[in-house]
Structures are given as structure tokens and as C-alpha cells.
Design a protein around this ligand. Structure first.
Ligand code: ADP
Ligand code: ADP
Length: 224
């Protein structure tokens, strides 16, 4: 069955709906690309699926639990415990070193500093940026920073990794390397990936693609 599924989502901010009947599903360990032009509703779909934005109507089920029926505290515990996030930019804390950034989610979950930093270094190694452990985000390149962000998103062992245009600020060579490392790392942990992108080259790293147009997501898998 599906790990995360949404049916007939509607969400309106202004005069035109951001989501207008969107359905979506992802299986454990599957990498799904959410594609479509700018403004089509991709980010809104991701934010609904991740429990960040409440839909006006529709259902969202994670592991058999109705996300829309949960309290804010339950949703926030779910995000912290089971979900990981990578965005386009601005996600690393500039005052912390790279290893401290990766260790941060573990520290927030109560893991002691030494153990958290040991696991953070392991993750930096897997993303091939352990040589940057002592540097601050301002001292590393865009591609290196995104690798650190991927390490941080997976260090807690999430079941779903939400990635919103993770390579949007990178040139194509760095973007492909980040996608290769991100999908390899996610697959090695069994995490499912919900990847928002408008680039075919980036979507090529997925197992399956869903196209969003005018807030309508066609999930062929789901329609079966
Ligand atoms: P992308 O197209 O890269 O996914 P965003 O999701 O940040 O970019 O924004 C898409 C569109 O949604 C933009 O036109 C932006 O102006 C609008 N938008 C995003 N967030 C807000 C907001 N909080 N208030 C008003 N408009 C927003
Ligand atoms: P995409 O990610 O495909 O670029 P979005 O989901 O960001 O699309 O946006 C879909 C539509 O919803 C756009 O018309 C955008 O302007 C609008 N929108 C998105 N977020 C907000 C927001 N927070 N406030 C107002 N409008 C928003």
C-alpha cells in the first residue's frame, strides 16, 4: 500500500485555486517527481502532503493516519520524527559549522552532542563533504551546501524526504551530482522521496512522475 496518499485536494489562497482536485501517492522507498510549470501548485501540494499547509478539502493519509484530523502538535511531531526536508536555498544556519548543522536535528531530538556529531560526520561522509565539517555555510559552494542540507535532512532517518527544487540554484553538473547523491542516500535508508522540480533532467532521477497543471495533479498510479 501507499505510505503517503492524498485524494482530491483543494486549496485556495486568492481568486484562483492553487490546488483544484489533486491526487497523489507514494510507496515506501519510492522516488516520485512532482513536475509542472511555475505556479501550477507543486509547492502547495508538497506543503499539504508534509502537513505544513492545511488543504481546504480532501484527504491526506500517512501510514494509515489522517493528517488533516491531527492536532498541530501531532503534525509537528510527525514532521520532526518521520519527515525530512530539503529546499532550494537558505536552509543552513549560518552561525553553525556544517557538522553542527547536520547534528542539529539530532540535538533537537535530545541526542547528546558527541553522539550527534559522530552521526553527523558519518552523513557528511556519505554525501562526500566530510572535509567541510568545520566550515560555516558561507565558506562552502552552493553544491556543497546542498549536500550538507541533504545530510541534515536524512540524519534522523525519515520515512519521507520532501525536496522542493533542491537543485534549483545549482548549475546542471552540480545539480546532477546532488540528485545522484540524494537519491542514492535516500534509497540506502529506504526513505521515500517527494521531489518537486520543473526540470526534466532532475525528474529523471525518480521512479515515477506526476504532472501538476492548474492545481490538478494526475497520478496515474493512483487512478489504477
Ligand atoms: P516556485 O515557483 O519556485 O515554487 P514559490 O513556491 O516560492 O516558487 O512561489 C510560487 C508563486 O507563489 C510565486 O508567484 C509567489 O509569489 C507565490 N507565493 C508563494 N508564497 C507566497 C505567499 N506567502 N504569499 C503570496 N504569494 C506567495
Ligand atoms: P509552483 O510550486 O508550481 O510554482 P505554487 O504551489 O507555489 O506553485 O503556487 C500555486 C498558486 O498558488 C500560485 O498562483 C501562487 O501564486 C499561489 N500561492 C502559493 N502559495 C501562496 C500563498 N502562501 N499565498 C498566496 N498565494 C499563494
Amino acid at each position: 500500500g501507499s505510505l503517503l496518499a492524498a485524494t482530491d485536494l483543494h486549496k485556495t489562497y486568492g481568486p484562483t485555486p492553487a490546488l483544484d482536485g489533486a491526487s497523489f501517492s507514494v510507496h515506501p522507498g519510492e522516488v516520485v517527481a512532482v513536475m509542472g510549470p511555475s505556479g501550477s501548485g507543486k509547492s502547495t501540494l508538497l506543503h499539504c502532503l508534509a502537513g505544513i499547509v492545511p488543504p481546504d478539502s480532501g484527504t491526506i493519509t500517512y501510514n494509515g493516519r489522517d493528517l488533516t484530523a491531527m492536532s498541530d502538535a501531532e503534525r509537528s511531531a510527525l514532521r520532526r520524527g518521520e519527515f525530512g526536508f530539503v529546499f532550494q536555498f537558505g536552509q543552513l544556519v549560518p552561525e553553525l559549522t556544517c557538522v553542527e548543522n547536520v547534528a542539529l536535528p539530532l540535538r533537537l531530538n535530545g541526542v547528546k552532542r558527541k553522539e550527534a556529531e559522530r552521526r553527523a560526520v558519518e552523513w557528511l561522509q556519505r554525501l562526500e563533504v566530510d572535509d567541510l565539517a568545520g566550515k560555516r555555510p558561507g565558506e562552502v559552494s552552493g553544491g556543497q551546501g546542498q549536500r550538507v542540507a541533504v545530510a541534515r535532512s536524512l540524519v534522523t532517518g525519515p520515512r519521507v524526504l520532501f525536496a522542493d527544487e533542491p537543485t534549483g540554484a545549482l548549475d546542471s553538473l552540480n545539480g546532477e551530482r546532488v540528485m545522484e547523491l540524494l537519491t542514492d542516500a535516500a534509497r540506502s535508508t529506504g526513505a521515500a522521496v517527494v521531489l518537486v522540480t520543473h526540470e526534466t533532467r532532475v525528474a529523471a532521477y525518480s521512479d515515477r512522475e506526476i504532472v501538476v497543471r492548474d492545481g490538478k495533479a494526475r497520478d496515474m498510479e493512483f487512478a489504477r
